[in-house]
Ligand binder design. Structure first.
Ligand code: PGA
Length: 253
């Protein structure tokens, strides 16, 4: 079985001092060697390089960005391009997080361009999909997720598609403490795998990692990951504290 993947999404949190103290307590942990899963964190653009340098001796730590622009360079005030990230050794980017979709107007069209660009440049998009509470209560969640997948993965090169990571994040479970049940997560992971077979093929669909995200913490992580369908987690709040994050990573083994 593939190793589980856990990415901590730090969102718009932490300054250098806080990152340094995260690093100190993370690196000193006696449990570090017992962590078997793959793991990483996604700081703000501003702190990507600082975090990367701090963790330079930890070959396992993936440093991911929270977004990436699909143009190589140009007049896009406030944005950071995939090429700039790549030049700095940042090869993973969270794409289409629900907060980006809601507050920054990242449409499926834009998200699709980002996914294609990253894949073409041998980078790893962590594509977020998921329904809101209204859609869930109307039982439209499968329909919503299928639509996002079909838009966001349209025209992705099948030869490289296995590098994509999908994060199923029901919006109603993000930062609310109201996590979905493990049955909800497994049910959706199976559905997404099925959709990926239609979009690509069985072989590619098998390779793509499908994560769950939404109020995952050190206490509930095992529930989500002790099965063959959910390949990891995208974690917000519970990734901010190093000792809690370590506990969470241990739970993902
Ligand atoms: P949360 O956030 O773990 O704080 O719910 C998850 C996410 O937004 O990726």
């Amino acid at each position: 079985m593939n190793k589980k993947l856990i990415i901590g999404n730090w969102k718009m949190n932490k300054n250098e001092k806080e990152i340094k103290s995260f690093f100190d307590s993370f690196s000193k942990s006696k449990d570090l060697n017992s962590i078997k899963c793959e793991y990483g964190v996604a700081p703000t653009f501003l702190d990507l390089m600082y975090t990367k340098e701090l963790f330079s001796k930890n070959k396992k730590m993936i440093i991911a960005s929270q977004d990436a622009h699909f143009e190589k360079s140009g007049a896009f005030t406030g944005a950071v391009s995939y090429q700039q990230l790549k030049d700095h050794g940042i090869n993973y980017s969270i794409i289409g997080h629900s907060e980006r979709r809601e507050y920054f107007n990242d449409t499926d069209e834009v998200i699709n361009k980002k996914v294609i660009t990253l894949i073409e440049n041998d980078m790893v998009p962590i594509l977020c999909v998921g329904e809101n509470l209204k859609e869930r209560s109307k039982k439209k969640h499968f329909k919503v997720v299928a639509k996002q997948l079909h838009y966001d993965l349209n025209n992705v090169n099948i030869e490289k598609a296995k590098n994509i990571v999908i994060a199923y994040e029901p919006i109603w479970a993000i930062g609310t403490g109201k996590s979905a049940t493990s049955e909800d997560a497994i049910e959706m992971a199976k559905f997404i795998r099925q959709e990926l077979k239609t979009l690509f093929n069985e072989e590619v669909a098998k390779e793509i990692k499908i994560l769950y995200g939404g109020s995952v913490n050190d206490k509930n992580v095992k529930e989500y990951l002790s099965n063959e369908f959910v390949d990891g987690a995208l974690v917000g709040g519970a990734s901010l504290d190093a000792s809690k994050f370590i506990e969470l990573l241990k739970g993902a083994n």
